[in-house]
Design a protein around this ligand. Structure first.
Ligand code: ZN
Length: 311
């Protein structure tokens, strides 16, 4: 399995207000802020990484909060829903908790025989909590308010809304090693058996959906996981050989990245397990200090002045 795609690595979305985003994901959802850094292409903007205790691949949701950014529109060519796996029997508790924080939730819906609770974050990003059919063995990150019987365990799946099924399905199956397993209405499920969690991509086929507009409250890209940059480069070859364009390897300090736009319009990334989030701070202190890539370290005091106040 070492040379395969190992499910999802992280998902990145766009937010507006940094403080609001931080409060929602750490206090309301109870995720751990595992890294506080800046957008490497725009160091006056934060880049927040939320995950489980150690920021394991498959649990990491990241945001660029751009104060004042207009709201985007979810639509075709975009990941339009992100689902977290939660313990069996916890959806009622989550419903109560979310309503206590004035977070509007939808009705619990059933898909593929599983219960989903949909809701949105303060910027309108579509999220949901799901009780998986087969038990999720991952340990949730707990906080004083969120115990193990409720805590989110990491990603369950993500949904891509597409005008056409085949071109994207082909990338998932022929290159990434996923298999199409189930279909319910216009929702097609793809699963990889290389890992048992964060291993599902749903495609929602909507031939008439308008293209999404990428701004506040929408997904920016989804990253698939590989063991290391050697495996990553073998996927680069496969994607080039299939006739797609892809970036060179980019050093993101906590992982290496490749990006390509799949034929349905979604920005896909392939990201490595190495070196991980403990490369520049110990596990116990993850997310506590502002970490800057080395090219911006000389400008730290200017950057700290520009960044939004979080407290
Ligand atoms: Zn990414």
């Amino acid at each position: 399995m070492d040379n395969k795609i190992l499910g999802l690595h992280h998902i990145t979305a766009i937010a507006g207000n940094a403080k609001e985003n931080l409060n929602f994901y750490t206090q309301v959802l109870g995720l751990r802020l595992v890294k506080k850094t800046v957008n490497f292409d725009d160091p006056g903007t934060y880049h927040f990484y939320y995950g489980n205790e150690e920021g394991a691949p498959g649990t990491i949701l990241t945001f660029f909060p751009w104060q004042g950014i207009p709201k985007g529109r979810t639509g075709a060519g975009m990941a339009t829903e992100i689902a977290y796996s939660v313990p069996e029997g916890s959806l009622d508790l989550w419903r109560e908790r979310l309503s206590r924080y004035q977070v509007e939730t939808g009705d619990v819906v059933e898909r593929f025989g599983e219960q989903y609770l949909p809701f949105t974050d303060p910027d309108g990003l579509n999220l949901s909590l799901i009780e998986p059919k087969s038990p999720d063995s991952r340990k949730g990150y707990t906080t004083p308010a969120i115990a193990q019987n409720v805590a989110t365990k990491g990603f369950y799946n993500t949904t891509l809304t597409l005008n056409r099924l085949e071109p994207t399905a082909k990338i998932l199956t022929d290159i990434f090693g996923y298999q199409q397993t189930e279909q319910e209405g216009n929702r097609y499920r793809f699963v990889t058996n290389t890992v048992s969690e964060a291993n599902i991509i749903d495609i929602l086929l909507d031939e008439s959906a308008k293209p999404g507009y990428n701004a506040g409250g929408t997904n920016h890209h989804i990253a698939f996981r590989v063991k290391d940059d050697q495996v990553q480069m073998s996927f680069r070859e496969k994607i080039l050989n299939a006739g797609h364009q892809i970036t060179p390897k980019i050093d993101r300090d906590y992982f290496y990245s490749l990006y390509f736009r799949e034929p349905g319009g979604v920005l896909f990334e392939i990201a490595t397990d190495n070196p991980g989030f403990t490369v520049d701070e110990p596990l116990a202190e993850l997310g506590t200090a502002l970490k800057l890539p080395k090219q911006y370290e000389p400008s730290r005091s200017e950057i700290e002045k520009i960044l939004p106040v979080l407290k």
